[in-house]
Write a protein that binds this ligand. Structure first.
Ligand code: PEP
Ligand code: MG
Length: 320
């Protein structure tokens, strides 16, 4: 019933007291980007580039990649678009990058790690992203998936700057990255929490297995504490500098009650499937930043995911 009464999303995420939280979209290509722009997304928080190239048996050429990325950038002129480099492997195998015989694909050579076994693909992708960015007005940020250590973050930042891409960041989706976010954020400009994988790896529960769904719940206390650790790391990592931005681009950002908790924990942007934007915007607008912080405290002090969810939802009358 609440859903029917939600006001339409007017394209700016803000709390009741005017704290801005840009609401961005997760997209897999140009068509989805156009839909997201029409839905009021303020930019793209996650372009899953592997979706541009699923079912390809060979690496796409640079001109093919430039065309695919430009189609997304052109839907968001002058707006931020965060491009994630290829996240091949596990749930998203790409034949030209993925070794199908690995015994544990989720723990295997996936995401950024494919640069170790298939060097050159990442450099060519960065070159294509830089070219597409130069030919459009979108504000392009680029980030690597599956970063686990500060060395990896530093190496990725070096590759990005060599390609002429100044704003590089990482996904925080491996618990080690959340726990060392301060060191990682000395080397890159921003982080984006991938709570789908962060939950899978924290709970040791394959995200694709239905019987494990209760473990794959981003309200799990351990996951919320890793979000908090990441935001704290972003504050402390740049000692003497402004904290670096930490966004969320996992499905958790599309849960309106959890979105408020994430904002209360200090997350600066939420990126989600476009259809979730109005619901998240409406609930965000029903609380002040201080109330969001109180709700985050309530969630963090719960013993279980179910208790955290129930405690927060009971304080959000807009959800009734
Ligand atoms: C995540 O892991 O939360 C994420 C956003 O990336 P993907 O779902 O593509 O792995
Ligand atoms: Mg992921």
């Amino acid at each position: 019933a609440a859903r029917a009464t939600l006001p339409p999303f007017d394209g700016s995420g803000t709390t009741a007291d005017g704290h801005r939280v840009p609401l961005l979209a997760n997209v897999g290509g140009g068509e989805e980007a156009a839909v997201a722009a029409a839905a009021g997304a303020e930019g793209v928080g996650l372009l899953r580039t592997e979706f541009c190239f699923l079912n390809r048996s060979e690496e796409p050429t640079i001109p093919e990649q430039v065309a695919a990325y430009k189609a997304v950038f052109e839907a968001f002129p002058g707006k931020k678009v965060v491009v994630r480099t290829l996240d091949a492997g596990a749930d998203k195998p790409l034949p030209f990058l993925t070794d199908a015989t690995e015994p544990n694909p989720a723990l295997g050579v996936r995401g950024y790690r494919t640069d170790w076994t298939t060097p050159g693909v990442l450099e060519r992708q960065l070159q294509a992203i830089a070219q597409a960015a130069a030919e459009s007005t979108a504000v392009v940020w680029v980030m690597a998936p599956m970063i686990a250590t500060a060395e990896e973050a530093g190496h990725f930042a070096g590759l990005c700057s060599a390609a002429g891409l100044d704003t590089s960041g990482v996904m925080v989706e491996v618990p080690s990255a959340a726990l060392t976010a301060g060191s990682i954020l000395k080397r890159v400009e921003f982080a984006s929490l991938g709570t789908n994988d962060l939950t899978q790896y924290t709970m040791a529960a394959d995200r694709q297995l239905g019987p494990l769904a209760a473990l794959n719940d981003p309200w799990q206390p351990a996951v919320l504490r890793l979000v908090q650790a990441t935001v704290d790391g972003a504050r402390l990592g740049g000692t003497g500098q402004a904290p670096k931005p930490v966004g969320v681009c996992g499905e958790s950002a599309a849960d309106p009650a959890l979105g408020v908790v994430l904002v209360g924990l200090g997350v600066s942007t939420l990126s989600m499937t476009a259809r979730a934007l109005p619901g998240v915007a409406a609930v965000l607008r029903s609380v002040t930043l201080d109330q969001a912080r109180d709700l985050a405290g309530l969630a963090l002090s719960a013993d279980t995911a179910a208790e955290a969810r129930a405690a927060v939802r009971s304080k959000l009358p807009v959800l009734d």
